[in-house]
Design a protein around this ligand. Structure first.
Ligand code: A3P
Length: 319
């Protein structure tokens, strides 16, 4: 039985019933909507978002596939943009608040009909620049985001690590998931907002066509040289660091504040939930590159390598 489908409105339900359907991650049904896989409650949220959201030129959207480093990028973006308001670290919001509460997701926190623990977001009175998150593919973003001058920062991650991170995350929400079954689905593209290759290529294509609008990042590159990327993000957002800031250690402070080690140990990220089934601590696991080696068999590695080669070779994305 598809409980999520039962909970959506009649009109949306009829639309969903006409879509291809597969069983997937987290013991729920996924439907192929607007070229990607997602669940009924998400389809309802995405339709509301597409119909209602009015972007402002000053908005910034953090986009990603789940488990690609979204939390990290949200923290960095918040800290970079707001650095003049919180020059002393003592009272920094990131020390008291989970990054997802500071930067809400359109589809999980703003355009939701279901009862949600997340505080109601008042779009009209949000402090500007407004910061948002989303996992929605580029082609399905609200028209005003694509047409306005608002900026998008996209982050992707090695699919091996993303899969393992996602599987662990879903396994915390719904115990006893089969790694093998979920892996097969991931390879077919059946996971939230999958296929991963279309998601990445959609944002990549736009970032090439409009480099001032979309900044395309890779988790592994941030890990390799975070200093360079913090500066790059600040420049992209039109608020580059001054010489004085650089020599006063402002960049290092932001890097330390947003590091996995700092965020994971904060009370704000250790206890409590986001929505009703997700605990904040689930967002902080290992933050390593290559942990997939502990989960995937040689034949799984071969299979996913072939898919990556087939779908992404020549695109400029390499892992
Ligand atoms: P692992 O499960 O491999 O540890 P998302 O934020 O998109 O949900 O991605 C979660 C992944 O990013 C998890 O990966 C998590 O540990 C890692 N992560 C969370 N905060 C991070 C940070 N500040 N720096 C680097 N990685 C971080």
């Amino acid at each position: 039985k598809d409980e999520q489908l039962e909970a959506v409105g009649e009109e949306c339900k009829n639309l969903i019933l006409s879509l291809p359907k597969e069983y997937g991650f987290g013991n729920q049904y996924y439907y192929f909507f607007q070229g990607f896989w997602t669940t009924p409650s998400q389809i309802q949220s995405i339709i509301s978002f597409q119909n209602d959201f009015q972007a402002k030129d000053s908005d910034v959207v953090i986009a990603s596939m789940p488990k690609s480093g979204t939390t990290w990028l949200k923290a960095l973006t918040f800290a970079i943009i707001n650095r003049h308001h919180f020059s002393s670290l003592e009272n920094h919001p990131l020390l008291k608040t989970n990054p997802h509460e500071l930067i809400p997701f359109f589809e999980f926190h703003i355009y939701v009909d279901t009862v949600c623990q997340f505080p109601k977001v008042d779009l009209l009175n949000m402090i500007e620049p407004r910061l948002f998150g989303t996992h929605i593919p580029f082609t399905s973003l609200a028209k005003s985001i694509k047409e306005s001058n608002c900026k998008i920062i996209y982050i992707c991650r090695n699919p091996f690590d993303t899969f393992v991170s996602y599987w662990n995350f879903m396994n915390k929400i719904e115990l006893n998931q089969s790694l093998e079954d979920d892996f097969e689905r991931y390879c077919k593209g059946i996971c939230h907002v999958g296929p991963f290759w279309d998601h990445m290529l959609g944002y990549l294509k736009e970032s090439i066509a409009r480099p001032n609008k979309i900044l395309f990042l890779q988790y592994e590159d941030l890990k390799e040289d975070i200093n360079f990327h913090v500066k790059r993000i600040a420049e992209f957002l039109g608020c580059p660091f001054t010489q004085e800031e650089e020599s006063n250690g402002v960049i290092e402070n932001i890097i330390n504040l947003c590091s996995f080690e700092t965020l994971k140990e904060l009370d704000a990220n250790k206890s409590g939930g986001l929505g009703w089934i997700i605990e904040k601590k689930y967002y902080f696991r290992k933050a390593e590159i290559g942990d997939w080696i502990n989960y995937l068999s040689p034949s799984m590695v071969e299979k996913l390598s072939k898919i990556i080669e087939e779908k992404l070779s020549g695109s400029g994305i390499s892992f």
